[in-house]
Design a protein around this ligand. Structure first.
Ligand code: SF4
Length: 510
């Protein structure tokens, strides 16, 4: 167990850079640009291996080097991840393809953000996050069960100028180039795409209900290239529409077809509950997403916040094992990236909140440690993002990870380690960013249920942790073959056999 965690370092930290390094960086950027153009629409395995080798050379962190080596090995062994890249290279519009590679991978993890992160650390004594989650507006034209957006008042939305300031500080001071956008419904706000245009070296992974994406929006997205819509889904037609509204499933399918045809990078965002778990973890559901053209699918567990929080909807321990397996299986058989919000805790070395890997700015400017922790001590209307990150509340969250026993399969301080969040709440006295936001910490009815939930989960997931039952996002050589037998239903990828699977793989499924 211990060796595994050590082996897979995802700590994206670097040493400081000298003049020579800066020159090298410029050269690297030039080489990357040329390589992306050279990769063009001609899929070639060797070219991708070469690209991974370039990433390895320009990586300024241990995590970056490991990641590039893993990619190299996955391409060489013809892991289905190779076919994910094939789709990116051959099916995306050139502008969307180039912006995805450049803005997400190079600028997000390999470019001069490493220098900025290092400078930031020298000055402030801590590394900034790699991702800034922005709730660009509270406004939404839907009213889905379990959503937190309705807790905020739309009149309090930050101005466009303020968002510009926040993104500028994040990018220029902290080196952040990855901005997941949530809401409300981001496309409700016209100025959102104007900001994406201004920050055209950044990537905007946009969580959307899809309803406001018109033919005109598609044209705009193609031109921008740096916006990746992630469609919210709660299951197949019946289950989805029960939560999200009549006709919503068919509408999303139609929008996916429009984006696929236009060559725009898109994906899906699934909220898994105790009720829809079987359906959304089924092979059929995963294959449907991949066939529709989703290049990325996020699996978020329902978190008991928002209107009428219901702890009984949070997936139980067995279901969390089920989600993990399904996500591993899809990741290793389909040309689609899948992420399990809690199950991939070991990959992220535990909870990512508090600015450790990400931070959330809500629609009215409160800086929250996590999208699901609606508590803050700072608001960007009165301070910089750096000051908010330096707050004792945030520092304590970052410094507290990993937790005591190190089990990263139970990473969440809301439902897995409620005592920890309660302790921070007591000690730092953050304010609630909307009414009843701290109910899951103070309301005895809810806290009793959360305590029971966390001890049930502990019983099962501690055994899994001790038995090493987890897998990295991009497995390391050796690890892959061992773990696939445990987690995946398909044959080992080996040369031409890479495509032989149970029918899940888009390559042979067609
Ligand atoms: S607090 Fe929970 S939901 Fe938030 S980032 Fe940490 S693990 Fe995820």
């Amino acid at each position: 167990m211990k060796t595994r965690v050590e082996k897979q370092s995802t700590v994206w930290q670097s040493n400081s850079m000298g003049c020579f390094d800066k020159l090298k960086l410029k050269l690297n950027n030039f080489v990357i640009d040329q390589t992306i153009n050279y990769l063009g629409h001609n899929f070639n395995k060797q070219k991708l291996i070469n690209l991974a080798k370039i990433f390895e050379k320009i990586a300024g962190s241990k995590g970056g080097i490991n990641h590039a080596r893993r990619m190299q090995w996955l391409f060489e062994s013809e892991h289905p991840h190779l076919y994910w890249w094939k789709k990116i290279l051959t099916e995306l519009h050139p502008n969307c393809r180039n912006k995805w590679i450049k803005n997400f991978f190079v600028n997000g993890y390999y470019g001069d953000n490493l220098r900025k992160r290092s400078e930031f650390n020298e000055k402030n004594g801590f590394f900034p996050p790699t991702v800034l989650l922005a709730s660009i507006t509270k406004n939404c034209n839907f009213h889905c069960k379990g959503c937190w957006a309705h807790e905020y008042d739309v009149r309090e939305d930050l101005t466009k100028e303020k968002w510009r300031e926040i993104f500028t500080e994040a990018r220029d001071v902290m080196g952040i180039h990855i901005f997941p956008i949530v809401g409300g419904e981001p496309f409700c706000r016209k100025e959102f795409l104007e900001l994406c245009e201004e920050f055209n070296d950044c990537t905007f992974i946009t969580f959307t209900n899809g309803s406001l994406i018109t033919e005109k929006t598609v044209e705009k997205l193609k031109k921008l290239g740096n916006v990746q819509p992630m469609f919210s889904l709660g299951g197949m037609r019946e289950n989805n529409d029960k939560i999200r509204g009549e006709g919503c499933f068919d509408m999303v399918m139609k929008k996916m077809d429009m984006l696929k045809k236009a060559g725009i990078f898109f994906g899906s965002s699934i909220t898994v509950t105790r009720e829809n778990c079987d359906e959304v973890t089924s092979d059929e559901f995963m294959k449907m997403l991949s066939d529709k053209g989703c290049l990325w699918s996020w699996f978020f567990h329902y978190v008991p916040i928002g209107e009428n929080p219901d702890v009984d909807l949070v997936p139980d321990a067995k279901q969390r094992q089920q989600i993990l397996k399904a996500v591993y299986n899809a990741r290793n058989t389909l040309p689609m990236m899948t992420v399990d919000f809690w199950g991939d805790g070991p990959e992220m070395m535990g909870c990512i909140a508090g600015g450790r890997q990400y931070i959330h700015v809500n629609p009215k400017g409160d800086v929250e440690p996590c999208t699901f922790v609606h508590l803050a001590t700072h608001n960007v209307n009165n301070c910089t993002l750096t000051e908010a990150l330096a707050a004792p509340f945030m520092r304590a969250i970052r410094d507290g990870i990993p937790y005591d026993d190190g089990n990263m399969l139970r990473p969440c301080m809301i439902v897995d380690r409620p005592d920890i969040l309660r302790k921070y709440y007591e000690e730092f006295k953050p304010y609630e960013t909307h009414e009843k936001a701290a109910d899951y910490l103070t309301n005895p009815e809810i806290t009793a249920k959360i305590d029971k939930y966390s001890s049930d989960v502990k019983e099962i997931l501690d055994v899994d942790w001790r038995n090493n039952l987890w897998m990295t996002i991009f497995p390391l050589e050796g690890e892959y073959y061992v773990d696939r037998d445990t987690f995946c239903s398909t044959e080992k990828p080996n040369g031409e056999n890479a495509h032989k699977c149970t029918g899940l793989c888009a390559e042979c499924g067609k």
